[in-house]
Design a protein around this ligand. Structure first.
Ligand code: XMP
Length: 388
């Protein structure tokens, strides 16, 4: 039987925090991510649990056989030049004279990783943009054009049918995330890696992705090793995550130092499961189209606000509305706009009412079937930034 180890490395004496983490690990165990680990912890005495919490250090780490710690590098302590040099050397050393594939979505994290990988491997890095039909309007073409200007060739891989088929009939948020994960990693990247003979996938996982997944809040689509899944065994390749010690504010600093233009390093975050994370209930081609249109309106309207992130969410429930004097049992769109530094906590931006009214007007006019528009005013926590 496999033996997984788990360590909680918290701040001295923070017993309550440790217990919270243990509860989260047990929750993961229930989902079969961490069977052996959680059993070992459950078997431990209270004293062991306290002891787990008295080691000083930053975060939870789980890796086969050995304790694994991810040490956070905050934006304040980051030396971007040194960080870039170290990561470039690491990538070169691990990949050797082989090749790697790089998953580029055009978000801040994956764009930064693409530049790092490009610096380390040059043409031995194959950057691909997976068109999963879940991206924003015009995104595939835009990302290719942005990177062409930076001297990086990006290939678009059409996987639209595969993703929509995997999402068909799924309404549970975690199952939806899992369907996206499996399609990305097992099917699409599994195939690309085999075709190319690469053994590595370079991707932009950051620390916030890891700790929300490990804590059982949301299964971020790109987190494996830290919850006990060995990508080599599961998918047939190794995943390299050069940004895993950073949070979003630090990634932006690295992105800028690597020569990304503000249009890329200042881009608002966009989740890996893309618009599937913004459709509550089943993510069909039609419902994705609806949220994509609403997203374009919201992003255009809020681009100048300086907010951390903003989005449109399509609800599952319908409500009675009226159009042209007739009843219309229509759809509801929720607008979210967040102020945040690093996505760990967030508060809704205090947008002028006129701006909200103007967005609502455009959505009701231009997005077929929508009869209700709301604005979220709950902070994270207890809300989260994405609705799914
Ligand atoms: P939540 O919704 O957990 O989001 O408050 C925190 C930040 O992470 C982004 N996010 C994701 N990013 N894969 C990602 O790469 C994911 O599965 C994912 N889910 C959420 C989200 O947009 C926000 O900035």
């Amino acid at each position: 039987m496999k033996c997984w180890s788990a360590w909680y490395v918290g701040h001295t004496g923070r017993h309550a925090e440790a217990l919270q983490v243990l509860a989260a690990l047990n929750q993961l165990a229930k989902k079969r991510y961490l069977t052996a680990t959680a059993q070992a912890i459950r078997g431990g005495s209270t004293q062991n649990e306290v002891q787990l919490a008295t080691v000083t250090g930053p975060i939870i780490g789980i890796r086969q056989g050995t304790p694994h710690m991810i040490t956070e590098i905050t934006a304040q302590e980051l030396d971007p030049g040194r960080f870039i040099d170290e990561q470039v050397k690491d990538i070169q050393q691990i990949v050797g004279d082989g090749t790697a594939i790089n998953a580029l979505s055009g978000g801040v994290d994956s764009s930064t990783v693409t530049m790092l990988g490009h610096r380390a491997l040059g043409r031995r890095l194959r950057s691909v943009f997976i068109d999963n039909d879940l991206m924003r309007e015009g995104e595939p073409e835009q990302v290719v054009a942005f990177f062409r200007a930076l001297g990086v060739t990006v290939e678009i891989v059409d996987a639209r049918e595969e993703f929509l088929a995997a999402l068909a009939g799924i309404t549970d948020p975690e199952e939806k995330r899992e369907a996206v994960t499996q399609t990305f990693y097992r099917h699409v990247f599994g195939r690309l890696v085999r075709e190319r003979g690469s053994r590595f996938l370079l991707q932009g996982t950051i620390l916030t992705d890891v700790d929300e997944t490990v804590a059982g809040i949301k299964r971020q689509h790109n987190v494996f090793e830290q919850i006990g899944i060995d990508p080599q065994e599961a998918f047939g390749y190794r995943i390299l995550e050069p940004l895993v010690q950073l949070r979003k504010d630090a990634v932006r600093i690295v992105g800028r130092a690597l020569g990304l233009p503000p249009a890329l390093f200042d881009r608002i975050p966009f989740p890996g499961p893309a618009l599937a994370a913004r459709v509550i209930g089943e993510a069909t081609a039609d419902r994705i189209r609806t949220v994509r249109r609403a997203t374009a309106i919201v992003e255009r309207a809020l681009a100048g606000t300086g907010a951390f992130q903003f989005m449109a969410v399509l609800h599952e429930d319908r409500v009675t509305g009226m159009r042209d004097g007739r009843r219309e049992f229509g759809q509801q769109v929720e607008i979210r706009c967040w102020d945040s530094v690093d996505a760990r906590t967030a508060t809704p931006s205090r947008l002028p009412f006129e701006l909200l009214e103007s967005m609502a007007g455009k959505i009701l006019r231009d997005v077929p079937g929508v009869v209700s528009v709301t604005y979220n005013i709950a902070p994270k926590p207890p809300s989260t930034i994405e609705a799914v």
